[in-house]
Design a protein around this ligand. Structure first.
Ligand code: ADP
Ligand code: MG
Length: 320
């Protein structure tokens, strides 16, 4: 690399790192590699295999004293299954690798595995293997997920076209509101608890993704893990398009509106910059949008050119 070697990850950011490794590892012909929610590997059976992996580190992604182990197990599998949903695929299997401190209690592990099992069963993903090792102190969890879809039907981030509507499933900002409520130790009324549940028990949008991928005219798709402020940028970069967003149209839950009103928080900022909603962000033709049988909200449109609706840095970056 030509660039100064003393540039730190803090300057480059998460995506600066990924941009450095991409040119070194071009994907083989016919394979979609680094840069989408999943890699897409064509099989000879008329189906494509989808693969993704995600890691959760204690202190970075969760605080052991705050998250009940059942919920951590659920979330570990769910965020991975969500990347299969993001392609419009059906999850088939996961592999679970854990580094655990030796003083961890059996009750903690049983609850963790129960949460992992419950979400896996709900979405049809079988745990087929993994790795277990000791960690000096922090819990580290890595999950690899496999899925499948009919050949050539996976929805890529690069598929957006000028004139497309930009849509999201569900509501945005709830998970970020839940995290803020946990960190600020808010009293847990029903609204606050609903937001915290969205943060700890994300529901991957698998049936929605399957229906969207079966709909002609649905183009780019991804799941919202870092907040649309940053995630929409990935669709625009990958498809060489711009976008306009109507921030007044962002779907907000009543629970988020009420908690924000009460505590003086800005719900729009949480909806844009807060991650971990695990809703689907997709683009489609106006005709397809009218006929969609998946509940969704239109939040803007894809344009020619490079118009960016959000400042860079609007979403989550691990190193910034
Ligand atoms: P997601 O939020 O959907 O999990 P990420 O933003 O984490 O996706 O990653 C973006 C892309 O970069 C993905 O295609 C991912 O597989 C790839 N990627 C991230 N880290 C690495 C790495 N260390 N080595 C290879 N590919 C990576
Ligand atoms: Mg993703």
């Amino acid at each position: 690399m030509q660039e100064k070697t003393d540039t730190s990850l803090k300057d480059l950011g998460e995506f600066g790192f990924i941009d450095r490794l991409r040119p070194l590892f071009p994907a083989p012909d016919g394979v979609t590699g680094i840069g989408d929610d999943c890699a897409v590997l064509p099989q000879c059976s008329g189906r494509d295999t989808l693969v993704s992996t995600d890691m959760l580190i204690e202190g970075t992604h969760f605080l052991r004293d705050d998250i009940p182990p059942y919920r951590l197990g659920w979330k570990s599998a769910a965020v991975n299954i969500s990347d299969i949903a993001a392609m419009g695929g059906r999850p088939t299997a996961t592999f679970l690798s854990v580094a655990l401190p030796p003083d961890l209690k059996a009750g903690w592990m049983d609850a963790f595995l129960q949460g992992y099992a419950d979400v896996s069963r709900r979405f049809g993903a079988a745990l087929l293997g993994g790795d277990t090792t000791a960690s000096p102190d922090r819990i580290c969890i890595n999950v690899a997920v496999l899925g499948e879809c009919p050949s050539g039907t996976a929805r890529l981030r690069g598929d957006a076209r000028p004139g497309d509507r930009i849509c999201v499933t569900g509501t945005l900002g709830d998970s970020a509101g839940g995290l803020k409520a946990i960190l600020e130790k808010l009293e847990r009324n029903a609204d606050v608890q609903a937001l915290i549940d969205r943060h700890y028990l994300p529901v991957p949008r698998v049936p929605e993704g399957l229906r969207l991928a079966a709909t002609p005219g649905v183009h780019a798709m991804m799941d919202i893990s870092d907040g649309i402020g940053s995630d929409l940028g990935h669709i625009l970069d990958a498809s060489g398009t711009g976008a306009v967003i109507d921030t007044a149209s962002l779907p907000l839950s009543d629970a988020l509106r009420r908690v924000c009103a009460r505590h003086g928080w800005d719900p729009t900022a949480l909806a844009i910059g807060g991650g971990e909603d695990y809703e689907l962000l997709f683009t489609c033709t106006p005709e397809a949008e009218k006929a969609l049988d998946v509940p969704h909200t239109v939040i803007g449109g894809i344009t020619e050119g490079k118009s960016r609706p959000f400042a860079s840095g609007a979403g989550f970056d691990h190193f910034k």
